[in-house]
Design a protein around this ligand. Structure first.
Ligand code: WTA
Length: 671
């Protein structure tokens, strides 16, 4: 038996802990900065946490347009917060109408670059000014109404990265419908489960989307989702009455009469006038499903006033957004980053937001840099996993293009290892551009910990200091603060405006998951340490959630997908460090009697997971085992599996292990 002793430095985590470089804000930035010095930041920050009501009252007045003033800034009865109680506003009004009649009206709101249909062909492009976007949102909002959607109804949006995704979101917000965007990579099964959970009345989809020159058959998956049944034979997605289909790929699709209608045909039936509904500050804006530590995804609920204030202010301060910026966040609208920083944050600021439909390396690995060059992108916000992939593909790809328009870079989604940070800084940013490493979550709605460019000195790998109103703390098992430079759990001690308001339909799980670790505090699920300067270094999830290429994947979800296969008896899924993806998924599987653990079965299981959840949840490795290591009480010992998956020597406590031979066999499997 061979034992490997690689340390976790492969993932960058060890080296993060040793990082000592500090980068001062570039002078050009510091001169123009909105917050001109660290002491000014500290003063405002102190006000925001010591007198939150005063701070947020002022900011809400300054940043947003309200139809009605609030009676109370914050009503906090842990774990439930209400912000701007009694206030009324509309998100779509704040993103669109408020810019009409100003010079912003005829500025590009969305610049969209499509994926080239085949190599060698240029991608399509479209620009929508604020005026045009407003018109299209109003029209589509009327389409929603015409098809029976009203205030409070849930609408699933399952679209590729096209401007219509933003239009659909804003149209829902305009009439007070609650959208739930489902990433186009999710399977029919996942779509059906989400529809069922929020009892959606409508699905908005497309005939297809382009991905690496192939067509992703979205409508077909919706059709399949609408047919699926639960174990009792009841249709899962029975609440859906209407499906609106956008024509994107001109693929053949079946249209079910009475249920399915074409987006473009519906537009002909409506006019362009649609007043924005006056929404309560606490009215739900959207539900976004994210993985947790059980097999069932959680519907994270965000509401109107506090969320919009959070995304508007963070976009303004963290991205230093200016009138002449071309801002590009590469996230898909199916994830929270796409909600907050492709659509709502930039539009609320009257900025130009760039949307790209396709993959970073199609047709070639310079696709991103070609886009930066073509549109003179000034601010770029992407994920460490993408940066690590670009590093691997080589400097020759970015070097082919003029990237001198860039002035600010951002990262999100996972810890960034200093090597990747330095590459981003030097090769992409030409050592001119500050990097904002932004820590936040689907649940937090907006950026929570991040440098302010021009203000905060940065250290590669640290998200640095908290944003206004955010009170993070690193605590031990008992919820007590740990000394500086000691690892612990990251919690947030005070409510903040863009925080989640609950898990759709599951108040118990909301309390249990987020509010039961430390009384009255929000538990993030992340491990963290604070250094001697008070900088936060988030190292990653400490619950049973993995972060694979910046996607949150619950190990329990993948396990339940695996055991739903007829040949699988038991499965345990753990993460191992991966140089590009951050973490890779390793599944330990025992098969049922009579089944052969063959390479063919391995492939079959990977496809099965793709079908049950989506291709991003496919295990990277499947290891067949005769048995899984369990405690005498029958609990799978995941810590041991993690060590085995990472090729580490098993050094953890094995005293409760039921059968010692299991470990030896599992390690043998590796070779
Ligand atoms: C991780 C994405 C380190 C973290 C906005 C968090 C990060 C999870 C960072 C949320 C960062 C996000 N540094 N880790 N800058 N940003 N994470 O809900 O583990 O998809 O809990 O939201 O990503 O992922 P989610």
């Amino acid at each position: 038996m061979k034992k490997k002793t690689t340390s976790s430095s492969k993932s960058g985590i060890t080296s993060v802990l040793q990082e000592g470089r500090v980068f001062s804000p570039p002078e050009s930035f510091a001169k123009e900065a909105r917050i001109k010095s660290l002491s000014k930041y500290r003063k405002l920050y102190r006000e925001s946490i010591n007198e939150p009501e005063r701070f947020w009252d002022r900011e809400a007045r300054e940043e947003l347009v309200w139809f009605k003033e609030w009676r109370k800034v914050l009503q906090w009865k842990a774990p439930y917060a209400k912000w701007f109680v009694g206030g009324q506003l509309n998100v779509s009004y704040n993103c669109l109408d408020r810019h009409l009649g100003t010079p912003t009206a005829n500025k590009a709101a969305i610049i969209w670059e499509g994926e080239p249909a085949e190599p060698g062909k240029p991608g399509e492009e479209r620009t929508l000014t604020y005026h045009q976007l407003h018109r299209q949102v109003c029209q589509f909002a009327n389409v929603l109404k015409r098809n029976g959607v009203s205030k409070g109804d849930r609408v699933i949006i399952y679209l590729p990265m096209v401007p219509e995704a933003a239009i659909a979101m804003l149209a829902c917000a305009r009439i007070g419908a609650i959208h739930s965007v489902v990433f186009g990579g999710f399977s029919a099964q996942s779509v059906a489960e989400r529809i069922h959970d929020c009892q959606a009345k409508m699905v908005i989809t497309a005939d297809g989307g382009f991905r690496r020159g192939e067509v992703v058959a979205l409508k077909e998956k919706v059709d399949e989702a609408l047919e699926l049944e639960d174990t009792n034979g009841t249709t899962l997605a029975g609440s859906v009455e209407k499906v609106i289909v956008l024509q994107r790929t001109a693929s053949d699709v079946e249209m079910q009469s009475g249920r399915d209608v074409w987006w473009h045909e519906e537009l002909r039936q409506v006019d362009t006038s649609c007043p924005a509904e006056k929404m309560d500050s606490e009215a739900p804006l959207y539900i976004l499903y994210t993985s947790g530590s059980t097999g069932k995804p959680k519907g994270i609920l965000h509401t109107t006033g506090g969320y919009l204030l959070g995304v508007k202010m963070t976009t303004k301060y963290v991205f230093d957004i200016r009138d002449d910026d071309v801002y590009w966040c590469t996230a898909d609208v199916g994830w929270v980053t796409g909600h907050s920083y492709v659509v709502y944050g930039p539009l609320a600021n009257g900025a130009t937001t760039l949307m790209y439909e396709g993959a970073p390396n199609f047709p070639e690995p310079d696709r991103f840099w070609q886009i930066v060059d073509k549109y003179s992108v000034t601010i770029m916000y992407t994920a460490p996993t993408a940066i690590r992939a670009f590093m691997k593909w080589g400097d020759q790809w970015p070097k082919r293009h003029d990237l001198s328009s860039l002035r600010l870079l951002g990262t999100v989604g996972e810890p960034i290892n200093p090597e990747a940070w330095m590459w981003y800084y030097e090769v992409i940013g030409g050592k001119r551009c500050p990097i904002v490493d932004t820590w936040w979550q689907t649940e937090t709605g907006a950026i929570m910990i991040s440098p302010l460019p021009g203000t905060t000195p940065t250290k590669p790998g640290s998200a640095t200091l908290p944003f206004f109103g955010v009170v993070p703390e690193v605590v031990d098992e008992d919820g007590k603060p740990v000394p500086k430079n000691t690892g612990g759990k990251l919690i947030i001690k005070q409510p903040w405006p863009s925080m989640l308001r609950g898990i759709w339909g599951d108040p118990e799980r909301y309390k249990q998951t987020y509010w039961s670790e430390v009384k009255g505090c929000y538990f993030t699920g992340d491990g963290c340490r604070q250094d001697e300067d008070g900088y936060f270094w988030v190292v990653g999830r400490i619950d049973d959630v993995l972060n694979v290429s910046g996607h949150r994947i619950g190990t329990a979800e993948v396990e339940s997908a695996l055991v739903s296969h007829s040949k699988v008896a038991e499965a345990a899924v753990v993460g191992r460090p991966d140089e590009v993806k951050g973490q890779a998924l390793v599944a330990f599987v025992t098969v049922k009697g009579g089944a052969d653990p063959t390479p063919k079965l391995r492939e079959e299981l990977r496809s099965h997971v793709a079908k049950e959840i989506g291709p991003m949840a496919k295990p990277d490795d499947i290891r067949f085992a005769e048995a899984l290591p369990k405690t005498r009480s029958g609990k799978i010992m995941r810590r041991l599996l993690k060590e085995i998956a990472s090729g580490e020597e098993v050094k953890g406590d094995t005293t409760t292990l039921e059968d010692f031979t299991v470990i030896a066999k599992l390690q043998g499997e590796e070779d």
